[in-house]
Design a protein around this ligand. Structure first.
Ligand code: ZN
Length: 449
C-alpha cells in the first residue's frame, strides 16, 4: 500500500489554497486535478480541470489518506459508532502510517486488511504491530457490501424480515434501500401501514437534514477553495431550509471572502497570461511592431479576459471590475530600453505624488532637445523592432501594456550606454545624433501596479 507522506499533504493543501481545482490522489499514485462536482457514500463525481473528462470514482479507487481527508471534509464519516461491532485491527506501519480494518486474509508474507475504502495487501515486513479494535460495520464495509450481507440475514419472504432489514439499513443511513423494504413490508402485510408511514416520514426528515448538512459543507468547501459561483449555488439549494438571517449571513460571508480574494487573484492571473502572450508575440519574427501591438491590445487581451471569465465563472464586466480593484503588493517594472526613442521620455502622469516628482524631472530632461547634431542613421520604430531580440521586444511591449492599462507609479531613466547620455557622437568633425537613443539620451523604465 502506498503511504501518503507529508509531500502529498503539502501538495493537497497548496492546491486547495491557491487554485480553483483540487488534486486527488488515486490508490495507484496517479494524481488528478479538477473539481469534485458531487459525492455520496459510494462515489465522487469528478471533472478534470480542463473539463474534458468526467469521472465517477469509487472511494476505494482513491489513496486511503486522500479518502480520510475528503471524508472528513464532507462529513461522510459516521459520527457515532454503529451498535454492531466487528473484530478488527489497527495496523501500525513501520513508516508511520496506520490502517484500520478487519483481517481478511492471512498469507505467509502478506496480510490483507479490508475496510470501507477497499482491500489493502500489506507485506508483513512493513508492519510494526497489530492492535485489536472493535470496528463498526460501516467502518469495514461499503453500503453496498453491507446491503448484500444484510439481505442474507433476514427472511425476505416475511413482512417482519423486510421491516428488520429496513431498520438495519436506516442505521447505516442507506435511506433509499430502507424505503424499498418498508414498502415491501407494507405490501405483504397491509396492517403495518401506519407504522411504515411514520418511519417514512422520519426518513424524509433525516434525508432533508442530511441534504442540508451536505450542501452547507459544500458551500464552505467551495468558499474556502475560492469557487464562489459553486458556493453560491450550493447555498441556494438550501435557501428554503435556512432562516432568512442564516441565509443572509452566509451570503454576506461569501461576498466578503470573494471581495477579498478575487481582485488580486484575477490581476495575478491576468498579468501572467498577458506576459505569456507577450512572450509568444516577441518570439514571432514574422510580425511587425504595429501588428504586435494590435495583437496584444486586441486579440491577446480579449483571449485572456475570456479565459478568466471561464476560470472564475464571472462575466466580462465583472472580470474587468475586479482587475481594476487590484492592489498588488509589489510594483512591476518594464523598460523600453533601446526602443525608448519610439515613445519618448515622458509618459502618462503617475498616480502617486512621489511618482509625479520623478516624472517632472524626466519631462525636463525630455525637453532638452539636441540641436547641434545631425541625424545620420535614423532608425524607424519598425527597423528597431526588426533588430531587437525577443527580450527587448518583450520588455518594450510590457512597458507599453503597463502604461496603457495599469497605474503608473513612477518612471526611471538610465543613461544610454551608447553615448553616455550625451545624445550625440562624434563622426569625423561632425556631431551626429546617437543612433541608439536618437538624441533622447536615456532609456525609460515604467514602474506601476
Ligand atoms: Zn544614445
Amino acid at each position: 500500500m502506498k503511504q501518503a507522506g507529508p509531500l502529498f499533504l503539502f501538495l493537497y493543501m497548496l492546491l486547495l489554497s491557491q487554485s480553483n481545482a483540487i488534486l486527488i490522489t488515486m490508490s495507484d499514485g496517479t494524481i488528478l486535478q479538477g473539481d469534485i462536482i458531487d459525492y455520496n457514500e459510494e462515489f465522487l463525481s469528478f471533472q478534470t480541470v480542463d473539463e474534458s473528462i468526467f469521472l465517477e470514482i469509487s472511494w476505494s479507487e482513491l489513496n486511503p489518506k486522500q479518502v480520510e481527508i475528503l471524508k472528513k471534509e464532507f462529513s461522510l464519516e459516521p459520527k457515532a459508532p454503529e451498535a454492531r461491532q466487528v473484530k478488527g485491527y489497527i495496523v501500525y506501519l513501520k513508516r508511520g502510517g496506520i490502517v484500520e480494518g478487519v483481517l481478511q486474509e492471512k498469507k505467509s508474507q502478506v496480510f490483507v486488511i479490508k475496510n470501507r475504502s477497499g482491500k489493502f495487501p500489506i507485506p508483513k515486513r512493513n508492519i510494526l504491530k497489530l492492535e485489536k479494535k472493535g470496528l463498526s460495520l460501516t467502518e469495514v464495509y461499503t453500503p453496498s457490501e453491507l446491503y448484500v450481507q444484510a439481505r442474507r440475514k433476514f427472511d425476505l419472504k416475511s413482512a417482519s424480515g423486510h421491516m428488520k432489514l429496513a431498520l438495519f439499513l436506516l442505521r447505516t443511513k442507506a435511506y433509499e434501500k430502507a424505503k424499498n423494504h418498508l414498502e415491501e413490508a407494507r405490501r405483504i402485510s397491509p396492517s403495518l401501514s401506519s407504522e411504515v408511514e411514520t418511519i417514512l416520514i422520519q426518513i424524509t426528515e433525516a434525508q432533508e437534514k442530511n441534504e442540508k448538512r451536505k450542501w452547507l459543507q459544500l458551500f464552505h468547501t467551495y468558499q474556502r477553495t475560492h469557487r464562489y459561483k459553486r458556493a453560491s449555488e450550493a447555498l441556494d439549494k438550501i435557501k428554503d431550509d435556512l432562516s432568512e438571517e442564516e441565509y443572509l449571513n452566509h451570503q454576506k460571508e461569501l461576498l466578503s471572502s470573494q471581495e477579498k480574494h478575487l481582485p488580486n487573484a484575477i490581476a495575478q492571473a491576468w498579468l501572467n497570461q498577458i506576459q505569456r502572450k507577450v512572450s509568444q508575440i516577441s518570439f514571432d519574427r514574422k510580425i511587425n511592431l504595429e501588428e504586435a501591438q494590435e495583437n496584444l491590445f486586441q486579440t491577446s487581451e480579449s483571449e485572456v479576459i475570456e479565459n478568466l471569465v471561464t476560470e472564475f465563472s464571472l462575466s466580462v464586466a465583472e472580470v474587468k471590475a475586479y482587475f481594476d480593484k487590484r492592489s498588488l503588493s509589489s510594483p512591476k517594472r518594464f523598460s523600453y530600453g533601446s526602443g525608448t526613442f519610439i515613445v519618448g521620455l515622458s509618459g502618462k502622469k503617475p498616480k502617486s505624488s512621489q511618482g509625479v516628482e520623478s516624472w517632472e524631472k524626466i519631462k525636463e530632461l525630455a525637453a532638452q532637445k539636441i540641436t547641434d547634431a545631425e541625424s545620420e542613421e535614423e532608425v524607424s520604430p519598425e527597423g528597431w523592432w526588426e533588430k531587437a531580440n525577443s527580450t527587448e521586444r518583450r520588455q518594450w511591449l510590457m512597458a507599453r501594456y503597463l502604461e496603457a492599462r495599469m497605474q503608473v507609479e513612477s518612471y526611471q531613466v538610465k543613461n544610454c550606454p551608447h553615448c553616455s547620455s550625451r545624445g550625440t557622437r562624434k563622426k569625423g568633425r561632425k556631431n551626429i545624433l546617437c543612433p541608439r537613443c536618437q538624441g533622447h539620451r536615456f532609456d525609460r523604465t515604467v514602474v506601476g501596479k
